[in-house]
Design a protein around this ligand. Structure first.
Ligand code: FE2
Length: 321
């Protein structure tokens, strides 16, 4: 069911191949959505990180680096990997989410092939990058040209000294099984995965765990550009007059002002990757008013004021009648 708004990550061919110094293919990668606006939001890449060459010791070979400005959120959608992060080492497996803030040094060792979906913001791109890539296409082997490669907010670090810790103790590793906060609404559980202050205020990450029959209708012309990641389940979307089903490992890329709605066809796990709605604040205040001031909660303007305050563009939610 093809749609210009649907990006199915399953079984895609990759655009780039990155080899390790020994010739082993380390990563196949495609840039799926380009960065947008002054904070380089919405940049998304899809990679398969290949299992390390037989006999490689990740404690020795992990190449660590950090970013001055850039934030990275990776969905580990298959396999298992070691993460080395600021002097610790822990194991990540399918279902984990890795949230690396600017200044967190990180290196990896891939024990199996890992489907590695990256979402970024605040990366500093050199304005010369496009021109450099063009020249590199013409002169792929030229070492003089390589010396002029624009820097990409990528600072190499040394092989890391580390202490092995349980995964749950690593502040960079998130999992919907261990949300920072959780709110149950009709047909959906909203889980806070990363907070706005962990993203330098740019966005936040929330997961909606939907029951079959859950529906959400946005306002007629939503003022948010939206990117949703359906990690599990099947969800029917309507965007303008187009209907389609997004299943596991699908992105739904919704332009600003496009009327849209959704209906979960099965249990589903859907992430708000744009993160422009202040979900954590909205949900917390919603529950506070409901608990402490039911009279105020019952007035229709209470919730509409809250939606406006926290940029929630959803008109209504509930179970399909
Ligand atoms: Fe990185």
């Amino acid at each position: 069911m093809a749609s210009e708004y649907l990006i199915d990550l399953k079984g895609r061919k990759f655009d780039n191949v990155f080899k390790m110094p020994d010739g082993h293919i380390g990563e196949e990668q495609s840039s799926i959505i380009p960065a947008e606006g002054p904070r380089a939001m919405f940049w998304m890449t899809d990679s398969i990180m290949h299992k390390m060459k037989e006999g490689t010791d990740p404690d020795v070979s992990h190449m660590s680096h950090e970013h001055r400005n850039g934030f990275e959120t990776f969905f580990v959608d298959s396999g298992k990997m070691w993460l080395y992060m600021n002097g610790t080492k822990c194991m990540l497996t399918q279902g984990d989410i890795l949230h690396l803030q600017a200044g967190m040094a990180h290196g990896m060792g891939f024990l199996e092939d890992v489907k590695y979906r990256g979402f970024f913001h605040d990366y500093v791109f050199s304005p010369d990058l496009g021109a450099f890539n063009k020249a590199k296409e013409k002169y792929p082997e030229d070492t003089e040209l390589d010396k002029l490669r624009p820097t990409m907010d990528f600072i190499n670090r040394e092989r890391m000294l580390f202490k092995e810790i349980p995964t749950e103790q690593c502040p960079a590793v998130r999992n919907p099984k261990r949300p920072l906060a959780e709110y149950k609404l009709e047909g959906v559980t909203m889980k806070v995965i990363t907070q706005r202050w962990e993203n330098a205020g740019a966005n936040e990450l929330c997961c909606a765990e939907m029951e079959p029959g859950f529906t959400a209708q946005w306002v007629k012309f939503p003022a948010n550009r939206e990117l949703l990641y359906v990690r599990k389940g099947e969800v029917k979307f309507k965007i303008y007059d187009e209907e389609f089903v997004a299943d596991s490992e699908c992105l739904v890329n919704i332009p600003k002002f496009a009327p849209h709605s959704l209906e979960a066809l099965t249990k589903a796990e859907v992430y708000d990757m744009g993160g422009l709605t202040l979900w954590a604040s909205f949900l917390h205040d919603y529950m506070s008013i409901k608990t402490y001031d039911p009279e105020r909660f019952a007035k229709p303007e209470t919730i509409s004021d809250l939606k406006e305050k926290f940029n929630c563009q959803i008109e209504c939610i509930g179970m399909k009648k």
